[in-house]
Ligand binder design. Structure first.
Ligand SMILES: Cc1cc2nc3c(=O)[nH]c(=O)nc-3n(C[C@H](O)[C@H](O)[C@H](O)COP(=O)(O)OP(=O)(O)OC[C@H]3O[C@@H](n4cnc5c(N)ncnc54)[C@H](O)[C@@H]3O)c2cc1C
Length: 357
């Protein structure tokens, strides 16, 4: 049985979501080992096979992240130095098709290697982080490998035969349980839910050549730079969510000060997507980013289902709203009823004086 963390390697540093995927892969493999030994000691039939944790490091920085992947529990490293296009005015672009080909290639080659070594595996779980890239390629990877796909998973178990996942549906109103079976299954995991944990192991490395991608059907016509901030909200540990309750420049300055003091990143509800006060790239919710920070501060956000769909899995939610019946209080861990224009100056001042102590 193989649990494979698929890690795109674009940057010098591995994203926290990649470490979370490695951590989840490790814990699934360990639980399979426990299931296997438990079955043997109770006399039940068991394959006796333990799962291997593999890291598929794919991208121009694949070599860079070998040590980190082993530190987080991957004992088999499969490396592919996949170049992204760099000929669009110096901006690096990745075409989804190239990733699908790469994953298909590693699957085919590694399966054949294991078979020839007499180490054939009857089931493989591929885990991805739930980034924009994954959203782009996951379905295509599933189709290519003939395997089921479960996206945006918040909890997952696997016994080598069945994959049982929890994922939010209907804008997070309902948590659905999805069960798949088959020899291969693909899942993407929502960022921010599994604390990265180190499990250092000795690893063996296998290298693969990038396949030649037939680029037909994919034409990159233009690159449009995002406006304003390009913060990766999915990686931010602290988010200051701003809603219609902040309605002018004074409010915007108070929010900016607060975000600076608590080292948070600013996100917005759709009210500000429409007001134009902030960059639309900061939208959280059904039509925007899905985030799960350690702290989500909801300022003047009513708590519509469309907004909540993007932040309900935050570890701690603090809401400030002048309406005691605002639905955001139903999901908030701490609720403060009051006027933001009175609360924020006092809060900033208190934080400022704390900083000076
Ligand atoms: C198909 C579809 C997709 C959508 N996708 C998204 C999405 O991805 N993300 C998203 O956010 N929305 C989305 N929406 C819009 C969503 O339905 C809500 O309209 C939006 O989230 C409301 O934003 P808000 O909470 O900031 O504003 P409001 O609902 O107007 O709430 C403002 C809140 O601020 C409080 N307030 C006002 N003044 C103060 C003050 N001085 N001090 C304290 N509190 C104050 C009010 O009591 C109120 O609760 C979508 C809608 C549709 C139909």
């Amino acid at each position: 049985m193989r649990v494979c963390a698929v890690i795109p390697c674009f940057q010098q540093e591995l994203r926290s979501s990649a470490l979370e995927v490695l951590t989840k892969s490790y814990s699934l493999a360990m639980s399979l080992g426990e299931q296997s030994s438990g079955a043997q000691s109770s006399g039940e039939q068991s394959s006796g096979e333990k799962a291997q944790v593999e890291a598929w490091l794919i991208g121009p920085e694949a070599e860079t992240h070998q040590a980190k992947a082993a530190q987080y529990g991957a004992s088999i490293l499969r490396l592919m130095n996949l170049e992204v296009d760099a000929d669009q005015g110096g901006v690096k672009v990745s075409l989804g098709r190239r990733w699908v080909d790469a994953i298909d290639e590693i699957m085919t080659q590694s399966t054949s290697e294991l078979n020839s070594e007499g180490d054939a595996s009857d089931s493989t779980l591929l885990l991805f982080d739930n980034t924009e890239l994954t959203k782009d390629i996951l379905g295509a990877c599933g189709a290519r490998l003939g395997a089921p796909v479960i996206a945006d998973v918040v909890d997952l178990s696997w016994d080598g035969k069945q994959c049982i996942a929890q994922r939010p549906t209907y804008a997070s109103k309902v948590m659905s349980k999805v069960i798949t079976s088959g020899s291969v299954c693909l899942c993407s995991i929502r960022a921010g839910l599994f604390e990265p944990e180190e499990h250092p192991v000795d690893a063996t490395t296998h290298h693969y050549s990038a396949p030649t991608t037939d680029a037909l059907g994919q034409v990159l016509q233009a690159l449009v730079a995002p406006e304003g901030d390009t913060v990766d909200l999915t990686e931010a540990p602290i988010i200051v969510g701003v809603g219609r309750g902040i309605s002018d420049e004074t409010g915007k300055e108070l929010v900016a000060k607060l975000a600076e003091l608590i080292q948070g990143e600013i996100a917005i509800s759709r009210a500000h997507f429409e007001s134009g006060m902030y960059s639309h790239t900061l939208l959280v919710g059904q039509s925007g980013k899905v985030v799960a920070p350690r702290l989500y501060l909801a300022l003047g956000i009513s708590g519509s289902i469309q907004h909540v769909a993007g932040m309900s899995e935050s570890h701690t939610i603090i809401a400030i709203n002048k309406d005691p019946d605002a639905p955001i209080f139903e999901i908030a861990d701490v609720g403060i009823v009051g006027d933001l224009y009175q609360i924020l100056p006092a809060l900033n001042q208190a934080l400022e004086s704390k900083k000076d102590e």
